[in-house]
Design a protein around this ligand. Structure first.
Ligand code: HEC
Length: 430
């Protein structure tokens, strides 16, 4: 373990303790994956301790004195900027929703690998920084520029490819796209990208690169793993099991119109957002979708932030189901049942809360074989494995991926490993 990795590990552990204090759902404490509980949808501005975290690599510990931002590529003159240089520029403040592309993945049937987020990999914060376009104007973008690449100081484990993302030049030059140094009135916390992250309002979190140290203007598409393989979707519902041709997949960009119920009594309350468009109305149904009544918006409305809402209703003593749906200013609304896509992105089916939920039987506990602990715990903890519910074929593909990223899988124990993974973390037992 080199010094950089060690420091990264330590800061991850510190954040875990902080997160546990506020009841976060912990998916992984190494590559930090913390989910906000439903109660968080009552807040207009999500406090940092409650704000979800999703990191692909280990969190770097960055000293501001040695941090620099390189801006280069297809430009007239490359520049290296310090935080003081950025802070001398015109500041911009914005309330915006950050939502993980995989928020809701845990609800898809059939299930697929990936962190099994339920509702809470989303939050609403006040960001402060400078316009990316202002920084790009300083270096002079040459004609023919197509994409802008962001690279962060985070540290991959094993041979996992580096998390690098590009956004199209039009989104980069949009006056709402920022490079932020503050979150909710203070410097960005380490887990949220200190000292600088991208704010791509209306777009999913994969474009909001953290710990940015390099911005590169490209005159062609970027070939990196997290653009060409990760974070792509067909943009429409697919039949499970039918392979999608790579040319039919495109990068995940705008997030969907969506509302989530935070609590039922004494009032029904929640939050709603709509990506690049604004929420027009939020409606609640207490008769299983036969009729819908408008909820009251209880927060300010901003172009990219979420709204909080309330609805007067007293739950009866017996069984009930409450549903909420949002409409946006484009006239889009949420589906009653979700269409399926291969990586489980952009879940936005209508949220339903019932007074009693059907119990889901736990798979029987099985003693893990030694080969499991020796092969699968280390680069990450057990969190990402434990929440999966995959078929044997899916586990075989997943173990193959881990092997390519450095997991020491041996042919003679692979069967034992797959037997365990499939029986312990297989399809949900109903
Ligand atoms: C060499 C390091 C390494 C080892 C060893 C390892 N993994 Fe992983 N694993 C990773 C990385 C890196 C990720 C992705 C982290 C992220 O993006 O959040 C990951 C993510 C996962 C995920 C989440 C879904 C996904 O594909 O991102 C599952 C499930 C998983 N690993 C299962 C396993 C199993 C089962 C084993 C044992 C065969 C294993 N891992 C061993 C590096 C490793």
């Amino acid at each position: 373990m080199n010094r950089r990795t060690l420091l990264a590990t330590l800061s991850g552990a510190a954040l875990q303790l902080q997160a546990q204090k506020r009841d976060m759902i912990i998916h992984n404490s190494r590559q930090e994956g913390y989910e906000m509980p439903l109660a968080g949808f009552k807040d207009y501005i999500t406090p940092v301790e409650h704000f979800f975290v999703r990191s692909h690599h280990l969190t770097p510990k960055i000293e501001l004195d040695s941090w620099k931002l390189e801006v280069k590529g297809h430009v007239d003159g490359a520049l290296t900027l310090s935080m003081a240089d950025l802070k001398a520029m015109k500041p911009v403040e914005m309330v915006a929703v950050l939502e993980c592309a995989g928020n809701g993945r845990g609800f898809y049937e059939p299930s697929m690998p990936g962190l099994q987020w339920e509702h809470g990999s989303v939050g609403n914060a006040r960001w402060r920084g400078v316009r990316l376009a202002d920084v790009l104007k300083r270096v002079g973008v040459k004609p023919g520029a197509k994409h802008v690449l962001f690279d962060g100081a985070d540290v991959p484990v094993g041979t996992q490819p580096e998390f690098q993302r590009t956004i199209p030049i039009e989104k980069a030059m949009d006056p709402n796209t920022l490079l932020a140094f503050d979150m909710n009135g203070a410097a960005l916390p380490a887990s949220h990208g200190f000292p600088l992250r991208v704010i791509a309002p209306g777009w999913a979190g994969d474009s909001w690169v953290k710990w940015v140290t390099r911005i590169e203007v490209l005159d062609k598409e970027f070939e990196g793993f997290f653009m060409k393989t990760g974070y792509r979707h067909p943009g429409k519902g697919m039949q499970p099991g039918v392979p999608v041709k790579p040319e039919e997949m495109k990068p995940v960009e705008a997030i969907q119109v969506k509302s989530v119920i935070a609590s039922i009594g004494p009032k029904v309350s929640g939050a709603a957002w709509a990506g690049e468009k604004a929420v027009a109305t939020v409606e609640v149904s207490v008769d299983r979708g036969r009729s819908w009544k408008a909820a009251k918006i209880t927060s300010p409305r901003t172009p990219f932030g979420w709204v909080t809402w309330e609805f007067d209703w007293q739950p009866p003593s017996g069984y009930y189901v409450v549903m909420a749906r949002a409409h946006d200013t484009w006239g889009r609304t949420q589906p009653m049942a979700q269409e399926w896509n291969p990586s489980g992105y952009q879940w936005n089916a209508i949220h339903q809360v019932a007074s009693v939920t059907a119990p889901v039987a736990q798979a029987p506990a099985i003693e893990p074989p030694a080969v499991y602990k020796a092969t699968c715990v280390g680069c990450h903890d057990e969190g990402p494995v434990r929440k999966q519910r995959l078929s044997r074929a899916q586990w075989e593909a997943e173990v193959g991926k881990m092997q390519r990223w450095g997991a020491p899988v041996k042919p003679e124990t692979k069967d034992e490993l797959l037997n365990y993974l499939t029986s312990r973390f297989g399809y949900r037992h109903r």
